[in-house]
Design a protein around this ligand. Structure first.
Ligand SMILES: Cc1cc2nc3c(=O)[nH]c(=O)nc-3n(C[C@H](O)[C@H](O)[C@H](O)COP(=O)(O)OP(=O)(O)OC[C@H]3O[C@@H](n4cnc5c(N)ncnc54)[C@H](O)[C@@H]3O)c2cc1C
Ligand SMILES: *[C@@H]1O[C@H](CO)[C@@H](O)[C@H](O)[C@H]1NC(C)=O
Ligand SMILES: *[C@@H]1O[C@H](CO)[C@@H](O)[C@H](O)[C@H]1NC(C)=O
Length: 422
């Protein structure tokens, strides 16, 4: 009972919540009517909540299992604003990346979010890689990426004296951003326009009653002991008009717990960890621009990323995680340890384009995990956004596979979801 009381206090006793929730008649578990519920306070969930409340006049409740916002992939990435080069033309990744980038730069300027449009060089280190670079150039042009330019190695190397390459593709619209400041700013706007954030609250599943989605919420502390083999007993049930599942790594596993959903359309979950190593003992960064090799399977290759404080990091690599089941995903048990051993593979990969990288100069940094919809050799997979027409549950929107370029795309995803489903 204490747990229930506390959660209800979290959810309902907040003054702004009174107009969102009105107690529904019902026995047993307490039921609350709400307007919109967004599951997950990562950059995408936050952007969706802001868009729904600011531009569509909706009341939004964001349910976040962690004790604060942005603790998932949104704080474990390269913080790069991508141009939009890599993705197949007309894919959601291509469209949202290009549109999201433009929205993001505009937003950063208007709201004073720290960012820098430093540009990026994608480099071919051997002549055998040049065709791949040409392919990327054409793809980028098709995707509407502005200002792309092919350079001779000598031209790129005069821009970056530490660099070694035979050719390079220059992307002037790529940049870096302080994603924490971005999330704070988006949240501030969302909150002043009718969004409430509820932390330490986990969505454990859902069911349908007379075509109304019943969303099960429990205090995160009790989720450790939650019986995921059955529907379990939630602390509270919400009856929302719209649900946006933006639970990042958990979104597919969670969707499988929505009773009545067409399970056949929920894609399998794959997870690929990416580790970063930072360059130690430097006084001046060896690079002024982002440097990327030719992309590899599952990721963009171990690249050079600069942050706004002038730190240099390399990564992320790709490490497929095979032992993650839905229950540990729902309990948010992800291992973000950076194994120092992995540096061994970083040195030769980095030295292909940065030959003077010194021995022992790489220090373990942090890791993130990509929510993949395809396995190691399955090739490209797009963002997947599913409404009722796919899965059969009215007014539920699932966001699946929101890996890179999800940060860049966040405001475009929000615009799309709010326009299409609100
Ligand atoms: C290694 C790496 C590098 C990347 N680099 C870049 C880059 O340079 N540029 C770029 O544009 N993109 C990049 N990305 C992608 C980008 O970081 C993500 O696409 C973006 O952060 C996804 O945001 P999100 O809100 O969907 O997910 P998340 O940030 O993971 O947020 C999901 C939230 O849902 C919460 N949650 C989960 N389950 C539940 C539940 N049952 N109930 C309630 N809450 C729940 C979680 O606690 C979490 O806070 C990278 C990603 C990775 C992993
Ligand atoms: C969430 O839980 C953490 C740790 O259990 C606690 O410190 C924090 O105060 C809680 N936050 C809220 C908003 O209840
Ligand atoms: C970096 O500095 C630390 C201490 O400041 C030192 O122990 C380490 O050997 C240095 N590494 C390199 C590669 O110079």
């Amino acid at each position: 009972m204490m747990k229930l009381k506390k959660l209800v206090r979290n959810l309902v006793q907040i003054p702004s919540m009174r107009k969102i929730c009105s107690l529904a008649a019902g026995e047993g578990v307490q039921k609350e009517k709400t307007d919109c519920v967004v599951i997950g306070a990562g950059v995408v969930g936050i952007a969706v909540a802001r868009e729904l409340s600011l531009n569509h006049g909706r009341n939004v409740l964001v349910i976040e299992s962690a004790s604060t916002f942005g603790t998932g992939s949104s704080s474990r990435n390269s913080e790069v604003i991508h141009g939009g080069i890599y993705y197949p033309p007309n894919s959601l990744k291509a469209r949202f990346c290009v549109r999201g980038r433009r929205l993001l730069y505009e937003y950063c300027k208007e709201h004073g979010i720290p960012h820098k449009q430093i540009g990026k060089l994608i480099v071919a280190c051997g002549h055998e890689e040049v065709p791949k670079l040409n392919y990327l150039l054409n793809r980028g042009i098709e995707n509407g990426v502005e200002g792309l330019k092919m350079m001779e190695g000598s031209e790129a190397m005069s821009m970056e004296p530490e660099l070694q390459c035979v050719r390079a593709l220059w992307s002037p619209t790529s940049g870096i951003i302080d994603s924490h400041s971005l999330m704070l700013s988006l949240m501030g706007e969302a909150e002043t326009h009718g969004t409430t954030f509820s932390y330490n609250s986990t969505v454990t599943g859902a069911h349908l009653e007379e075509n109304q989605i019943n969303l099960h919420i429990s205090d995160t502390k009790s989720v450790k002991n939650f019986d995921f083999s059955s529907q379990g007993y939630p602390d509270i049930t919400l009856l929302p008009k719209l649900v946006v599942n933006a639970a990042g790594l958990t979104s597919t596993a969670l969707a499988r717990r929505f009773n009545g959903i067409n399970l056949g359309v929920i894609p399998p979950s794959y997870y690929a960890r990416g580790c970063y190593f930072s360059l130690s003992n430097i006084t001046v960064s060896p690079f002024k621009h982002l440097i990327y090799p030719i992309p590899e399977d599952g990721g963009l290759g171990v690249h050079v990323t600069l942050d706004l404080d002038g730190n240099v990091k390399f990564g992320p690599d790709v490490e497929w995680l095979n032992d993650i089941d839905d229950v540990s995903t729902l309990q948010n048990k992800f291992d973000y340890t950076v194994c120092a051993d992995r540096a061994k593979k970083f040195y030769p990969a980095i030295r292909r384009y940065y030959p003077s990288l010194k021995d022992a100069s790489l220090q373990p940094g942090y890791a993130g995990i990509r929510p993949k919809l395809s396995g190691p050799r399955d090739g490209f997979y797009d963002f997947l956004i599913q409404g009722e027409e796919f899965h059969g549950i009215p007014r539920l929107v699932n966001l699946f596979g929101i890996e890179s370029p999800g940060l860049t795309s966040s405001m475009a995803i929000a615009e799309y979801v709010a326009t299409k489903f609100s």
